[in-house]
Design a protein around this ligand. Structure first.
Ligand code: UDP
Ligand code: MG
Length: 307
């Protein structure tokens, strides 16, 4: 029998854990597989850890890794994958927005031999603003990076052991999970799945964190901002030279004008502004390189249960 690992990041999810276990168990018990849960607590200070530990005492298929502090969802997912031992891994959030009832369909697809099965949201139960943001985010991202991440992807996705092992070879510190997934294998498929409201609790991704994610994604997977910088800078130089040439010709043959202070000051400001802006972009990359070259561990673990 094949073994399925559910890899689940949790952060302040005390209200949903039990319901999550209940709903997934019903589905998993009905399937011809063995299974385990690998929870990674990303530094919650509520009862999340306590609740999972209680359950882990009753059932040793429930495993838990506890981070010493919040390292972000991408690190939590990575740690969960690193501790999972299944032939297939299913990545899902515990808030039940992606319904566990869809698990058998993922299994069916993965058994056809795909490396990865993405869940695609049939309809998105989300506010207008959030939907708009998602659209802009994934749209620009695909344009910028050429990654071609499928439209409307949900969190829920299943992948096989080889895929997980490949994933673990990626050791960048700034990690954009979806980008890495697309980079690992092109042998994937999608299935449409239903959506529900978050079972309880609130979303941890406010606008600021979402912007951060967009930033991570673009700067990790694209060199376009750098290329734009170079092209823009070059065009500016050409334009400037052309301007000077025109002024000189005008002065020599046509108009005897006095160059004014305002234009000089203005051009100095513009040029300095542009320089600062582009230096800023470059330093963003340098900052990231700096972070990468340090090769710091992705996370620090405080505690493990059933592992
Ligand atoms: N999460 C995490 N670390 C964080 C923030 C969130 O591990 O710093 C987890 C959280 O517990 C949840 C998942 O990431 O399982 C997705 O978060 P959430 O449901 O709040 O986001 P949304 O579904 O609204 O995008
Ligand atoms: Mg959610």
């Amino acid at each position: 029998m094949k073994k399925l690992s559910l890899v689940v990041p949790v952060y302040y999810e005390e209200e949903v854990i039990l319901q999550f276990l209940k709903e997934t168990k019903i589905v998993l018990d009905s399937l011809p597989i063995t299974y385990e849960y690998v929870f990674v607590d990303d530094g919650s200070k509520d009862k999340t850890v306590e609740i999972i530990k209680e359950q882990a005492q009753l059932d040793d298929r429930i495993k838990l890794v506890v981070f010493s502090y919040n390292h972000g969802k991408a690190s939590a997912v990575s740690a969960a994958i690193a501790h999972a031992t299944g032939d297939y891994l299913l990545y899902m959030d515990p808030d039940l927005q992606d319904p566990p009832i869809e698990i058998p369909r993922f299994l069916e697809e993965i058994e056809k031999g795909y490396d990865l099965v993405w869940g695609i949201r049939k309809e998105k139960k989300d506010s207008f603003i959030n939907r708009l943001f998602s659209k802009i985010f994934w749209g620009t991202l695909n344009k910028f990076t050429g990654l071609n991440i499928p439209k409307g992807i949900a969190v829920m996705r299943m992948f096989n052991r080889d895929f997980a092992d490949e994933f673990l070879k990626y050791n960048e510190t700034n990690r954009f999970i979806e980008g890495i997934f697309i980079d690992i294998s092109k042998h994937w498929t999608t299935i449409e799945i239903g959506q529900r409201e978050r079972f309880a609790g609130t979303s941890k991704f406010n606008f600021k964190r979402k912007m951060q994610l967009a930033f991570d994604a673009i700067f990790d997977f694209s060199e376009l901002p750098l290329k734009i910088t170079v092209k823009f800078g070059m065009s500016l130089v050409v334009l400037g030279l052309l301007g000077i040439f025109i002024l000189v010709v005008l002065k020599l043959f046509f108009i005897d004008f006095q160059a004014g202070w305002p234009s000089i000051i203005a051009s100095i400001i513009i040029v300095f502004g542009l320089q600062l802006f582009f230096m800023g972009i470059i330093s963003l990359y340098i900052g990231r390189i700096y972070k990468e070259v340090k090769r710091r561990p992705l996370y620090s673990i405080k505690d493990k249960t059933n592992l």
